[in-house]
Write a protein that binds this ligand. Structure first.
Ligand SMILES: C[S@@+](CC[C@H](N)C(=O)[O-])C[C@H]1O[C@@H](n2cnc3c(N)ncnc32)[C@H](O)[C@@H]1O
Length: 321
């Protein structure tokens, strides 16, 4: 289950990111992952629901596939967070008449009539919910002849292992090195001064810069082993830029930049801890299969799925009734 609040997820989805795994899937899910979803959609259907859709990665994929095959099904993406993918991603709703998004909707309490949906799908979403409640609710809204398809995080996947591998390093940067605090002290020393050349030679400022450079060296050593390093750079670079000669002369809101950096890195750490908690063990997956079969579905696929060089980026499950 997700430990992040709907508000924390909403903040993430207000960024122009199509998935939370930007480095792995910069455009959207593709290759064999897209194929997995396409083979689920081959039968005629009227309504498809994408559970925990975020910014709609899977909903867009499904709608583009349906468009190509001239199928006329409605795609409804929903999420417990306050999502608005059309606005966030600058997409025109008129270009997607068959796609609709519903925010603030937990999958444990779906706003659909019983037996009204043909296919329920979710990529990296189902495992964030309360599984017994979600599966019972999904089974309620699915038609007597229907399908569910999920790709869920499992504890052995490269996504989970890769992101959690350097969690401790990110925590050291945020909680121990605390370069942001040094920048806040520098901000106080600079005060309202807007002439860099007048302040740069002051002993206290010089001393602070030495402390910042020492902290930066410690961070660089971590960056050398941490991959992907982008989150650390997203934290550091704006602070260094905000304290550059040009920014000081311009009177940039330095405190605001530092606070945004702190919040960004803290959010990332929370998200990775959440991923670690949500990822399913083999036992959890066996339990999930049981829950699905108890609702009268037959699980027809339950396999680890790979992507590019990774032999495990999640577990793919398909069930029919
Ligand atoms: C890792 S994101 C995946 C989003 C999307 N499926 C994708 O592939 O990009 C997990 C999502 O689950 C949502 N979520 C967590 N618990 C939920 C629940 N009980 N019901 C619906 N959505 C939930 C979060 O708000 C978040 O958007």
């Amino acid at each position: 289950m997700s430990m992040l609040s709907a508000a924390q997820w909403s903040t993430l989805w207000s960024r122009k990111t199509i998935t939370t795994l930007e480095s792995l899937f910069p455009e959207n899910y593709d290759l064999n992952i897209a194929e997995f979803w396409q083979q689920l959609l081959v039968d005629d259907c009227q309504k498809i629901v994408d559970l925990a859709c975020g910014n709609g990665a899977l909903s867009w994929l499904v709608s583009e596939y349906l468009e190509k095959t001239s199928a006329k099904a409605q795609v409804i993406g929903l999420d417990a967070a306050s999502i608005d993918p059309f606005t966030t991603l600058n997409k025109d709703p008129e270009a997607y008449p068959m796609v609709k998004f519903l925010g603030d909707v937990p999958m444990e309490d779906l706003p659909f009539d019983s037996s009204s949906i043909d296919i329920a799908v979710s990529q990296y979403g189902l495992e964030y919910a309360n599984l017994p409640q979600a599966i019972a609710e999904i089974a309620r809204v699915l038609k007597p002849r229907s399908k569910m398809g999920f790709i869920v995080h499992n504890k052995e996947s490269t996504v989970v292992k890769g992101s959690t591998q350097f969690l401790q390093e990110h925590k050291i940067i945020l909680n121990e090195i605390r370069i942001h605090e040094l920048f806040l002290q520098l901000d106080q020393l600079i005060g309202k001064n807007r002439e860099f050349r007048k302040i740069s030679g002051k002993p206290k400022i010089k001393k602070q810069m030495i402390a910042i450079n020492a902290a930066s060296d410690r961070i660089q050593k971590i960056i050398a082993v941490v991959s992907p390093e982008s989150e650390i750079q997203r934290y550091c670079i704006p602070m260094f830029n905000a304290f550059s000669e040009v920014s000081i002369n311009k009177g940039v809101n330095r405190k605001g930049v530092v606070q945004a950096s702190i919040d960004g890195l803290a959010d990332y750490i929370n998200r990775i801890e959440d991923l670690q908690a949500a990822a399913l063990s083999n036992n959890d997956i066996a339990g999930l299969v049981n829950l699905i079969e108890k609702e009268g579905f037959k699980v027809t696929e339950n396999r680890v799925i790979g992507y590019k060089k990774s032999s495990n980026i999640g577990t793919a499950l398909v069930a029919t009734r």
